[in-house]
Design a protein around this ligand. Structure first.
Ligand SMILES: Cc1cc2nc3c(=O)[nH]c(=O)nc-3n(C[C@H](O)[C@H](O)[C@H](O)COP(=O)(O)OP(=O)(O)OC[C@H]3O[C@@H](n4cnc5c(N)ncnc54)[C@H](O)[C@@H]3O)c2cc1C
Length: 411
């Protein structure tokens, strides 16, 4: 019996809609399903870093993001509250070709643009459709069993089912995808949206056991997220608004700006576990948070989902086109993913612990003042452009500290 579709994609947001779009553009018969309807929001603070924006541009979708009134972000400001006094540095995260613009479109806007692009490319997108289980034959995934809201059961078949169904992935569970290199949840965060809250680009404030970040978004609003260690989540939850506002008092100028602003949406709380999953097996593949997930402290999940959709669809095309076997193409996808992200993943999971900064780290940050190249590179870690392995390499640290000593000697 021939499959109705080449690929069924479960989940139609950053990873799923993108995967469906890219496969449909290659001429494959694609069905993408999502239990949500679009436009709709989801839990995310939605910063798309420059490499993600570059992909939106490559796919012809950036104009729509800009046309929705999404403000560009080119400056990253970090304010470190060290015991001996705070240090503020500001830089620009540049890709090797010089591109340096990030955007933080609301997910109501971004995900709708992606879904529309998948449909325009020829994919069938079924909204309001929940996948209840996978269909198996001889141990191989051959399709999905699901239902529309208020509809009866439906089965659809495909050569490949892609789970792009997020961090609680039903597909990953159904195939018992092997999970590895896990790290526990590190921070608990609450975010909301504010009117009349000016920010200095993407602004991050770090205080002992506390961190917060602000960024401009659509409708002239500012997203402000405040994080505490996961071990203090019950205390945070006991008085969300009071704790959120009192945390900001650790940086009085910032707190003053917020007190002059108006909160216009409810608080949303979240904590995220860190893991990699084996992203393929007989008849199935995973992409996005379903395949690999990390704490949002580095704000990279969307950018990584876009990049992984590129990697996965390339691998699917190779195997469907007969250039290589499914196992070889998918093993290469997994290898490329793990090589690309492991360093930033470890760095992210560590940062999410909100541990006090070491004396060495403070010395490094202090030495970076006036060294724009080093600050830009530091911002580049956050944007997924510079590997933390390269930045925190001893030779680079020595260079930054050495430059600082020479600069001070000159004055
Ligand atoms: C608090 C928080 C803040 C974040 N901030 C950022 C940030 O600033 N920048 C950034 O890049 N990333 C951020 N992230 C991460 C980012 O949101 C995710 O990496 C991204 O959403 C992953 O996209 P996805 O398509 O894999 O999954 P999702 O966006 O979770 O989409 C999964 C889709 O699958 C659908 N689905 C699930 N199960 C089924 C089913 N059984 N049947 C049908 N449909 C189903 C869901 O309805 C959903 O639409 C943040 C995450 C959190 C939690």
């Amino acid at each position: 019996m021939t499959a109705e579709y080449d690929v069924i994609v479960v989940g139609a947001r950053c990873a799923g809609a993108t995967t469906a779009m890219l496969l449909a553009r290659k001429g494959y018969r694609v069905l993408a399903v999502d239990r949500a309807t679009f436009p709709s929001d989801t839990v995310s603070t939605h910063m798309v870093q420059a490499p993600g924006v570059a992909l939106l541009e490559q796919w012809g979708l950036l104009d729509a993001v800009v046309a929705a009134g999404t403000p560009p972000i080119e400056k990253y400001t970090f304010d470190f509250g060290f015991p001996s006094g705070s240090v503020r540095i500001a830089g620009t995260a540049r890709m090797p070709d010089g591109f340096c613009t990030a955007y933080a479109p609301r997910r109501t806007i971004l995900d709708k643009i992606l879904v529309d692009a998948a449909v325009a490319a020829g994919a069938e997108v079924r909204e309001n459709f929940t996948v209840d289980s996978l269909a198996f034959e001889d141990g191989r995934v051959v399709g999905i069993n699901g239902h529309r809201a208020r509809g009866g059961p439906v089965t659809e078949r495909a050569r490949l089912v892609v789970g792009a169904d997020g961090r609680d992935s039903k597909v990953a569970k159904a195939v018992a995808a092997h999970q590895y290199n896990d790290h526990p949840k590190g921070q608990y965060q609450y975010y909301s949206y504010w009117r009349n809250l000016p920010t200095d680009g993407f602004e991050v404030v770090i205080r002992p056991s506390r961190v917060w970040a602000a960024q401009p978004t659509n409708d002239e609003l500012t997203m402000l997220v405040v994080a505490w260690p996961i071990t203090e989540r019950h205390a945070f939850r006991a008085d969300i608004e009071g704790n959120y506002l009192r945390t900001l008092d650790l940086a009085p100028e910032f707190a003053q700006r917020v007190r002059a602003a108006t909160r216009v949406e409810p608080f949303v709380g979240a904590a995220v576990a860190n893991y990699f999953r084996k992203p393929y097996g007989p008849g199935w593949a995973l992409v996005g948070d379903a395949a690999y997930n990390k704490d949002p402290i580095t704000a990279l999940g969307i950018t990584d989902a876009f990049q992984c959709a590129e990697l996965l669809t390339g691998a699917i095309d190779e195997t469907f086109g007969g250039a290589t076997t499914f196992d070889d193409a998918m093993a290469a996808y997994q290898r490329a993913r793990d090589e690309r992200y492991t360093a930033v993943y470890e760095h992210t999971a560590h940062m999410a612990q909100l541990e006090p900064a070491s004396a060495d780290f403070e010395r490094l940050i202090r030495a970076m003042r006036g060294n724009q190249e080093a600050i830009d590179a530091f911002a580049g870690i956050n944007a997924g452009i510079v590997s933390p392995l390269d930045f925190f390499d001893q030779a680079n640290i020595d260079r930054i500290l050495g430059n600082d000593i020479m600069a001070r000697a000159r004055h």
